[in-house]
Write a protein of this length. Sequence first.
Length: 665
Amino acid sequence: MPENESTTVQAGLENLLHETRAFPPSPEFAAQANAQASLYETAAADRVEFWASQARDLLTWRTPFTETLDWSGAPVARWFADGTLNAAHNAVDRHVENGLGDRVALHFEGEGGDTRTVTYAELQAEVSRAANAIAALGVGKGDRVVIYLPMLVESVVAMLACARLGAPHSVVFGGFSADALRSRIADAEASLVITADGGFRRGAASALKPAVDEALKGEGTDSVGHVLVVRRTGQDVDWTEGRDVWWHEVVAAADPVHEPEWVDAEHPLFILYTSGTTGKPKGILHTTGGYLTQASFTHRSVFDLKPETDVYWCTADIGWITGHSYVVYGPLVNGATQVIYEGTPDSPHRGRWWEIVEKYKVSILYTAPTAIRTCMKWGEDIPAGYDLSSLRVLGSVGEPINPEAWMWYRRVIGGDKAPIVDTWWQTETGAMMISPLPGVTATKPGSAQVALPGIAADVVDDEAHPVPDGGGGYLVLSEPWPSMLRGIWGDLQRFKDTYWSRFPGIYFAGDGAKKDEDGDIWLLGRVDDVMNVSGHRLSTTEIESALVSHEVVAEAAVVGAADETTGQAVVAFVILRGEHAAKAETPEGAAEISEVLRAHVAKEIGPIAKPRRVLVVPELPKTRSGKIMRRLLRDVAENRTVGDATTLADSSVMDLISAGLSSGT
Ligand code: WTA
């Protein structure tokens, strides 16, 4: 294992080695659970047939499939390839056809307290209108649509309307900058952008449309014919006649009936960009039949969803994969009733989430460890002020959850009884892969534990040999699964290189993991140059290139330093260009440059990528082959004694860095 990686894995192993608590399901929960232990046996007996039967049971096919898995073009899988269906029809229309039109699909809660309830019948009409309106703008099957919206009912409608037309959507998180948006529009060659004037964030209207206007002035965006704009905040917007169109005008005027485009199971459903180890984000491609099968299967079995009675709430934004699979597709395909919330957990007060749980009697809550740790910091008397007794299943996703946060989640939020499902998966996997099954698994604080039925996961060493129980190594997936990515948009070679070259023939996830004495899997964080800040993936290289794009910076190195709340925090080390270096010699000068660079990264990529600290240094630690030794910088960022620096080309560099920092610059 390269040095950086083994240190991460080792540190994680030591921290978790002492965790031995386990919480078996209550007999009452087990008796009523959707998933029973026999599911593992059924799946193990014939994995491919198991998925075929899920696909038949959970989805409605226009043309039934007769082939299940075709792996002859590995690593690009084809699942259910001769079947046809439509994702929006599965998520909406068929529920109405089955007499469930009056069931609430969405309880929308705006940040300012405005609400909107949408039944499945209303959703069908709205999605159909939007599909007609979008088609009238010239978008058809196969055309890409970029969606840049806050969390609104229209966001869900926009995604489903694209799916209805067979037009792959590419949602870009509203917190990303104009330039990040531009590069995604250009890479996807989108023909339409759907946005809003703005959204409400921490009590104020925060504009979105200006970023679209700026992005479309940039290179590679000529493919965009129209911008469809939702009016949310009412703030002023610049308007380009002939290009810009108001959502409320064209959608309201459109026909509420629309015949879905029946597509092949392997028709692209969406592209979602995610950070990789290089500066250029990867457009992860997902297709229709396999993705919907696994999203709905996992949503139903891992959350024990009872669509007639449960109220489900996933706090993720639609800009992330969790919002795709567990706000839009999984829950709606399952006919669930769910809450969607526009704002932040502390607007207008720190009890907002718990107020929402109480108000809607939320029974299943799915959120991220960073949010749980933030609530822990705010104090347990805040949730204690609300009735949370409706909660019966709690989920966690996005990063390893530390045992302390897990225990707090269980006790304070789950009333010591709701099972916690710690779900491991990725943008690339499309849906959950490793998770306890509530009612079956005795859960352990901090462990995602077991591969789901039908999934083959393992922890291997450098030579791809499975490690014995008690050992640590790399997490891999050794068999194809229905919701796996079908590639990186426009770059098959990068897809092969990134995921399939480290261990030929098996999928390398980029995460370190260990197996405990029971064979349960514990995730230990990334082993590559990807950071995880508040459950969001950020690439060190991407932030480094943003930094060096500023005129004062000669060189930059970025590390993820451990952070109690956000998991990791971005810490940047920069070498300044000649004439600017002098300025940074005073503490004030250094502080000023650091502020300028933090703002610059926020502008280039988005506020989520803004470094917690930018440290000006005279040199960066490099090996003889020129590779930056981030491990040593992480020691500095985490205020530790600097580790073994003997492989550095110049071993005095670390002394220089430490001396400079302790003297205040
Ligand atoms: C991390 C989010 C530990 C992991 C769904 C993975 C987790 C990356 C967990 C994917 C978990 C996600 N325990 N780590 N339960 N869930 N991760 O693509 O490092 O935004 O590789 O997908 O998040 O992040 P992504």
